[in-house]
Design a protein around this ligand. Structure first.
Ligand code: THU
Length: 160
């Protein structure tokens, strides 16, 4: 038996002004779309903004449902909408932000497991890493250079 270790590199920014200028714009787009999230059950609003290879920005927010599992996260709303519009689109970066009406979200909110899996699908499809930035209402912003940093031993088409 051999014991192996997986380590994850990530960057921490203390405030939006520290981000590259184009990413500041992307994060602002995520903050804006977050406000129109449909989250009457959790009161937890999430916004996601994608920077696409053609320079355009695609956005999404969480869409909840009285039948809870029928809802969808902001990240997947943004990705599926962008891919539906242009199946050949390439995602360079995703910016994610969340806030709650119940308390102040002071930790960076990373994508849930299902969204990591979907991000992984598109990263494999486009053969190009997707940068991920995520934040709460206040506090640090985290960046990883690839979804692989958040999803070790991920399942992809190479297993099929
Ligand atoms: N949510 C997202 O939109 N993205 C995530 O990565 C985590 C969770 C949403 C789903 C649900 O509408 C609410 O946040 C509370 O879980």
């Amino acid at each position: 038996m051999k014991l192996h270790t997986i380590s994850t590199a990530y960057a921490v920014y203390e405030h939006i002004g520290e981000l590259p200028v184009d990413i500041q714009e992307l994060m602002k787009a995520a903050v804006k779309i977050k406000e129109s999230a449909y989250a009457p059950y959790s009161n937890f609003k999430v916004g996601a903004a994608l920077l696409l290879a053609d320079g355009s920005i695609a956005v999404g927010n969480n869409q909840e449902n009285a039948a809870y599992p029928s809802g969808l996260c902001a990240e997947r709303v943004a990705i599926f909408h962008a891919s539906a519009k242009d199946p050949s689109m390439e995602i360079l970066t995703i910016a994610i932000v969340a806030s709650s009406e119940l308390n102040t979200v002071s930790k960076p909110v990373g994508p849930c497991g299902a969204c990591r899996q979907v991000l992984s699908e598109y990263e494999v499809k486009q053969e190009k890493e997707i940068e991920i930035y995520f934040m709460g209402e206040i506090g640090d912003i985290i960046r990883t250079n690839s979804v692989a940093d958040l999803l070790p031993f991920g399942f992809d088409k190479s297993y099929l």
